[in-house]
Design a binder for this molecule. Structure first.
Ligand code: URP
Ligand code: ZN
Ligand code: ZN
Length: 466
C-alpha cells in the first residue's frame, strides 16, 4: 500500500477552506487532519509533499474538450496524449471529451472510435459525452444503453447545418428520450440556419476577414436558440445544459428559466470571460486565432458572464478546448472567414485564468473551485470521486502556489498548438504539483506522469437533479 501526505497547505473545496494535512492511501483520500495534531503526526507515509504557504485544491474537471476531433476540414491539433498532458500542467485531472456519432452511423461506432483514441494515451482520467449528429430511432434506442454504460450526456447542435445540425423535431425527440433515461442534453444554442444566410450575404459583400465571423453569429441568434432550446426542454420534461454561453442576451434567457425553477444549466468558457471581438478584429489574419462558436462578443458581455457566475445562473466554466494551429489550419480560412476551423486552445490555462479572477476580486476562492471542479463533477456524474477533497474520493490534488508569477505564452505552454490565445497575459498563481489518483503527474513543475496512467471513468447521471 502506497501512502502519501500533503502537509501544511490551505485546503480549499467548494464548501470550505481549512488548514489541513491530507493523507492519501492507494490513490484515494484516506483522511484530513489538523496539521501537527497527534493524528496527523501518527501517519507513516512513503512520501510527503510540503504545501506550506500553498493551496491544496481538487484537480480541475474540464467538462468540455475536443481532442483529436475531426472538424472544419481538419482535426484539432491536440491528441489525447498531448492534450491530457497539457491539462495536467494546468491543474486539470479529469477531462470529459466529446465522442462523435458518425452521420448515418451508430453511437456505438463513434464511442468505440473515441475509446481507441484515448486508451493507453492519457496522462489523466477521462470520460465521454456523445455528440448526436443523426437523431434516428436507432440512435435514440442506443442512448438508453449508453446511459447505462456511463455516457450520460448528449450534445445536440442548433448550428452547423449539414455537419452536426439537428432540427427542432430531432431535438425534441432526443430530449424526450433523455427525460426517460436520465441523460442530460447539452445544447450548442445558435440559430445555424439564419447564421448561414448571413454568412452567405457577408461573403457576397466581400466581407471575408475573421471579424465577420463574430458579426454574422449574432448575439440575438444565440439568445433565440437558447430560448427555443429551453422551451423544447420544457415540452419534453428534460433538463438542459447550454454549452459555451457567450452572449448576455442568452444568459438572460437562462436566468429567466432558472428563476422560474426550471432544471436549466449553463456553462461559459475562459475565452468569453477574458477575450472579446477586439481580438477577432486584430490586424492581418491574426483574428483567425480567436474564431470559435459561439463567437467572442464585445467586451460589455464579459461583465454579465462574471455576474452570472457569481449568481449561479452559470454553474460551470469549461474550456471547449479545440485547438487548431495558426499555420496550416486557421490559415484554411484566409480569404473566407467561414472556412476558418472553429475552436480555441485553453485546457492548460483554465485554472490559472480563473485564479486570476480570484486575485482581481471577481469570484471567491471557493467559487473558483465550485465552477472549475465541484460543479462540473456533479453536473456530469463524477462526484464524489472527482471535484472535491473527501475521504474515499480519488486523490486528484493540486498544490497551487497563489503567489507565483507567470506569463502565458506559446513558448512555454504544453498544448500542441503554435499560438496562445492569451499570449503575454500575466497571471498571479501557478500549479506546482499535481497528483492523479495519488500519482504525481506534475512534481514541482516537472512532468512525471505517463501516457496510459489516465483511466476511463464511467459516469452516473447528473447529480444536480437528485
Ligand atoms: O468553436 C468551437 N466551439 N469549436 C468546437 C465545437 C463546438 O461547437 O463546441
Ligand atoms: Zn458547440
Ligand atoms: Zn465544443
Amino acid at each position: 500500500m502506497t501512502r502519501t501526505a500533503v502537509r501544511g497547505g490551505l485546503v480549499i473545496t467548494a464548501a470550505e477552506e481549512t488548514r489541513a494535512d491530507v493523507l492519501v492511501e492507494d490513490g484515494r483520500i484516506a483522511a484530513l487532519a489538523t496539521p501537527d495534531s497527534d493524528f496527523a503526526r501518527s501517519w507513516t507515509v512513503d512520501r510527503t509533499f510540503d504545501a506550506t504557504g500553498k493551496y491544496v485544491i481538487p484537480g480541475g474537471v474540464d467538462a468540455h474538450t475536443h481532442l483529436d476531433f475531426p472538424f472544419g476540414g481538419t482535426a484539432s491539433s491536440d491528441t489525447f496524449e498531448t492534450g491530457t498532458r497539457a491539462a495536467a500542467w494546468g491543474g486539470t485531472t479529469t477531462v470529459v471529451d466529446f465522442a462523435v456519432q458518425p452521420r448515418g452511423g451508430a453511437l456505438r461506432e463513434g464511442l468505440d472510435t473515441w475509446h481507441a483514441k484515448a486508451q493507453g494515451t492519457c496522462a489523466i482520467d477521462y470520460a465521454f459525452h456523445m455528440i448526436l449528429s443523426d437523431v434516428t430511432e436507432g440512435a435514440l434506442k442506443e442512448m438508453d444503453l449508453l446511459v447505462g454504460e456511463g455516457v450520460t450526456s448528449y450534445k445536440l447542435f442548433m448550428a452547423y447545418p449539414g455537419v452536426f445540425y439537428s432540427d427542432d423535431g430531432q431535438i425534441l425527440r432526443a430530449m424526450q428520450r433523455a427525460a426517460g433515461n436520465g441523460g442530460l442534453i447539452m445544447m450548442h444554442a445558435e440559430n445555424g440556419i439564419a447564421i448561414d444566410v448571413l454568412v452567405e450575404q457577408a461573403l457576397a459583400a466581400g466581407h471575408t476577414e475573421p471579424r465577420h465571423h463574430g458579426e454574422v453569429r449574432k448575439a440575438l441568434l444565440e439568445a433565440e436558440a437558447t430560448h427555443r432550446a429551453i422551451q423544447l426542454a420544457r415540452v419534453a420534461g428534460s433538463p438542459l445544459y447550454v454549452v459555451h454561453v457567450s452572449a448576455r442576451e442568452a444568459l438572460a434567457e437562462l436566468a429567466q428559466a432558472r428563476d422560474a425553477g426550471l432544471p436549466v444549466f449553463g456553462e461559459t468558457c475562459p475565452q468569453y470571460l477574458f477575450l472579446s471581438t477586439d481580438n477577432l478584429a486584430e490586424p492581418g489574419f491574426e483574428g483567425a486565432k480567436y474564431v470559435c462558436s459561439t463567437p467572442l462578443r464585445p467586451q460589455e458581455h464579459q461583465e454579465a458572464l462574471w455576474r452570472g457566475l457569481r449568481t449561479d445562473d452559470l454553474q460551470v466554466v469549461s474550456t471547449d478546448h479545440c485547438p487548431f494551429c495558426f499555420s496550416g489550419q486557421k490559415e484554411l480560412g484566409r480569404g473566407d472567414f467561414s472556412k476558418i476551423p472553429n475552436g480555441l486552445p485553453g485546457v492548460e490555462n483554465r485554472m490559472d485564468l480563473l485564479h486570476q479572477a480570484v486575485v482581481e476580486g471577481r469570484i471567491s476562492r471557493r467559487r473558483w473551485i465550485e465552477i472549475a471542479c465541484a460543479a462540473p463533477a456533479r453536473m456530469f456524474g463524477l462526484a464524489p470521486h472527482k471535484g472535491s477533497i473527501v475521504p474515499g474520493g480519488d486523490a486528484d490534488l493540486v498544490i497551487y502556489d497563489p503567489h507565483a508569477q507567470q506569463t502565458l505564452s506559446a513558448r512555454t505552454h504544453h498544448m500542441n498548438v503554435d499560438y496562445s490565445a492569451y499570449e503575454g497575459r500575466r497571471i498571479t498563481g501557478q500549479v506546482e504539483t499535481v497528483l492523479s489518483r495519488g500519482e504525481p503527474v506534475i512534481d514541482g513543475r516537472r512532468f512525471t506522469g505517463r501516457a496510459g496512467h489516465g483511466r476511463y471513468v464511467p459516469r452516473t447521471t447528473c447529480q444536480y437533479l437528485t
